[in-house]
Design a protein around this ligand. Structure first.
Ligand code: ADP
Ligand code: ZN
Ligand code: ZN
Length: 747
């Protein structure tokens, strides 16, 4: 028998060591060692023992056998990964750019099994009727938190303790009080095996609507014939998408295969989870960021051993080591949080497609406002498109008023509230109905527009908004173009040209001045600093402890408030002018979601969109709730400017301790790109933009520079990335580089 050799990636996050090293497999480890295992190897001149992953094995020696070192041992607490996981890590590394180690760490489960946390449940000791009567007493005494908890206990016999103190915002003292009064007791369960089994009754089977049935039949037919496909379900919230997912997953599970359900963390509510538990009982599990490392590891073990069939979670749930996935569902597919913000900056949608390829699985995407990417592919016939048009809950879409703020100014109204919004707010407050005021500030404040004519200062090269920088200059964050800030509008000559300065706090003050005695809740970065404040505000509003909820984009997602009958969008322009090619798409999504918040219950809703650009297509189509119309205009812009999804973009970010060094390194890399055969060949259609200082020029004393590449062929960008990595490996500089393919935000 010949020698056996293993390729090992050493666990150091450093570009220069990011290649496999070959080691001899000693006799005693033969038959035991497998691809994906974690091993200890001697490294460097001092033969320091380090840990690494085996990414391949073979009999060919690629290196001087006399100097070849041997693997010391299989690491004690190491986990062995499936071959598929390693293949996936390699794919992520190739397509998004990162070290192999970073890619492996992304897809492999947490290394060690940490001691399990105890799982506590709150159980009620009284009948439903007694609880309801107690709830009435609390209401009269204005004990809001207690009332909220009792309301939940009336519906469910037991609730996870974490949920009570977290999502419901009830203090441990209140729980102790109820315990002493004999209303509830706290019980401990030893594992996380099934957090909601106790309270979930089986869901009664439901007749699907004809629209739902058509989708289920079509996808199931493909599944039965083992033709994996990619499907996009375009349907408003409440149109029955989740019901379709449940049906499809059941079919897949019956065939002995597994399902991954991706839901953005913020939309992962207890209600949604319950629906899955009611269908699949303890064969389903959750993966989310509140789980400890040990719990995550446990979920992976259970998945591997076939104890569960369905996993629900945000993007990392994709890496659950199931033996044979049959379907991957991705709800709210347009959500920005599906893209990782640290290296490797993978997108869960594309990665889901790759996981599906490895398993022969189908992918179902769902959204009320599909991403341009998904809709574009659907239009090209790469994905099969389904549409659900009606809300099954019976609620109707709200009536929308678009208010022209330029006109308000002309007619002498300088308040942040238009006359229409004032009128409707007064009406709701008087009737005791709830309203939401939404300021879609995205942290990219600083754009300049004319309050008289709505003109926005744009980059002449990139067709995105310019933003104001220190020193009063306006800057394009893609190409670095800059110009002095004008003192008068170049179109109409008005001097009312400036940024939009109002924040949520100011809105609250103005509202209180206008409607004395109005009860407000405010939700923004300031009021949600502590861990549970977000849920506390939401549940307080749901309990009708306020008339108006004022907030940033966090309030338009996830939660349902049936008693809200008015939504006011204070300045739609803020997100329109983000200095980013996705500004139109984001605005359309935000406005559609915001408008959809009104009238979820029995009473019909109304929405007011205030804007300086009422003729902008994102505003017009959002007001009309017309996705198709929006798409047709937006895709023309992407085509014209060569932005994704029509073309692809690669952002190359350079990090440096010195401004000079960073600028030089970025210049050097950009020059190397220009000298590359791809750039020299006009048929490649490769374009370079920048380099320029990043929009956040300096963070934690590290200077950032960025340049962008545009190309219709993704593979060409991969070549450029590989070439750049090569240059970085070879240089003596201290700068580091990161890549971002089809970036979601300006860098
Ligand atoms: P989405 O996921 O699109 O928001 P859901 O699947 O959650 O929609 O459905 C919205 C509401 O309609 C839920 O309360 C659900 O229970 C109900 N529903 C779904 N499908 C049906 C159906 N076929 N018949 C009656 N009600 C349904
Ligand atoms: Zn003007
Ligand atoms: Zn530009």
């Amino acid at each position: 028998m010949g020698e056996l050799y293993a390729d090992v990636i050493v666990d150091i996050t450093h570009e220069k060591l990011d290649r496999p090293f070959q080691y001899r497999v000693p006799e005693r480890l033969r038959g035991k060692l497998e691809t994906g295992m974690c091993v200890t190897v001697p490294f460097g001149n001092g033969n320091k023992p380090l840990q690494g992953y085996v990414i391949g094995m073979g009999e060919e020696c690629k290196f001087d056998p006399a100097r070849m070192k041997a693997i010391l041992d299989i690491a004690q607490k190491g986990v062995e990964a499936e071959d598929k996981m390693i293949a996936l890590a390699a794919w992520i590394r190739k397509n998004y750019g990162s070290t192999m180690i970073q890619a492996l760490k992304t897809v492999l489960p947490a290394r060690q099994s940490v001691k399990r946390l105890e799982n506590r449940m709150l159980e009620r000791l009284m009948t439903r009727e007694e609880i309801i009567s107690l709830q009435g007493q609390c209401r009269r005494k204005k004990q809001v938190a207690k009332e909220r908890l009792l309301g939940e206990l009336a519906e469910q016999e037991s609730i996870p303790y974490e949920w009570v103190t977290g999502k419901l915002g009830v203090s441990p003292q209140t729980v102790r009080g109820l315990e002493q009064a004999g209303v509830v007791r706290v019980v401990s369960r030893e594992s996380f095996r099934n957090p909601v089994k106790l309270c979930a009754e089986a869901e009664p089977p439901r007749r699907l609507s004809p629209g739902q049935q058509r989708i289920v039949d079509s996808i199931t037919q493909d599944l039965d014939r083992e033709i994996p496909g990619v499907y996009l379900i375009h349907g408003v919230t409440g149109s029955g998408k989740t019901q379709v997912y449940l049906e499809l997953i059941e079919n897949v599970v019956k065939k002995g295969r597994q399902a991954v359900v991706l839901i953005p963390e913020i939309a992962l509510t207890y209600q949604t989870l319950l629906r899955f538990y009611r269908r699949f009982g303890d064969r389903v599990s959750v993966m989310n960021s509140t789980l400890s490392q040990g719990e995550k590891y446990d979920q992976c073990q259970r998945a591997k051993q076939g104890e569960i069939d369905v996993i629900i979670g945000p993007r990392s749930a994709l890496f659950t080591p199931f033996p044979r996935i049959g379907i991957i569902v991705m709800d709210e597919e347009h959500e920005g949080s599906y893209k990782s913000e640290s290296s490797p900056r993978y997108h869960a949608r594309e990665t889901a497609l790759q996981v599906a390829r490895l398993h022969g699985a189908s992918v179902v995407l769902g959204s009320a406002t599909p991403s341009l990417e998904a809709y574009y592919r659907a239009k090209k016939g790469e994905y099969k498109l389904f549409t659900l048009t009606e809300r099954l809950t019976g609620a109707t879409l709200p009536k929308v008023w678009t208010v022209d703020l330029r006109q308000e100014l002309k007619e002498g109204n300088r308040s942040i509230f238009s006359r229409k919004l004032q009128e409707l707010l007064a009406d709701r407050i008087q009737k005791g109905q709830q309203s939401i005021l939404f300021l879609n500030r995205r942290g990219y404040a600083g754009f300049i527009s004319c309050r008289a004519c709505g003109h926005v200062m744009k980059c002449p090269h990139c067709a995105v908004s310019l933003t104001e920088h220190q020193g009063g200059r306006l800057l394009c964050h893609y190409c670095g173009y800059s110009q002095p800030k004008p003192t008068a509008c170049p179109v109409c000559g008005s001097r009312y040209i400036s940024g939009f300065r109002a924040g949520t706090q100011q809105i609250e003050e103005k509202l209180k001045a206008m409607f004395p005695g109005v009860r407000c809740l405010r939700m923004d970065g300031d009021t949600t600093k502590t861990k549970d404040s977000y849920q506390k505000i939401l549940s307080a509003f749901a309990n009708r402890e306020a008339d108006v909820l004022i907030g940033t984009q966090m309030i338009v997602k996830g939660h349902d408030f049936p008693s809200v009958t008015l939504v006011g969008v204070l300045a739609a322009d803020l997100s329109l002018s983000m200095g980013d090619y996705r500004a139109g798409e984001r605005t359309f999504q935000l406005l559609t979601q915001a408008v959809g918040r009104a009238g979820r219950g029995e009473l019909p809703g109304e929405a007011v969109i205030q804007t300086y650009q009422p003729e902008h297509y994102a505003v017009v189509h959002a007001a009309a709730q017309d996705y198709e119309g929006f798409y047709e205009e937006e895709i023309l812009y992407r085509e014209l400017m060569g932005y994704p999804p029509v073309s692809h973009m690669l952002a190359v970010q350079v990090f440096s301790e010195t401004e000079n060094g960073g600028a030089q390194a970025a210049e050097y890399l950009a020059r190397e790109v220009k000298n590359s055969p791809e750039f020299q060949n006009p048929a490649c259609g490769l374009r370079l933009i920048g380099p320029a200082p990043a929009s956040m020029e300096k963070i934690n004393d590290i200077f950032r520079f960025v340049f962008y590449l545009k190309c219709a062929e993704y593979d060409t960008l991969i070549h450029i990335k590989d070439m750049t990595e090569e240059r970085v490996r070879g240089w003596q500089r201290t700068e580091t580089v990161q890549f971002d393919f089809d970036p979601m935000n300006i860098l």
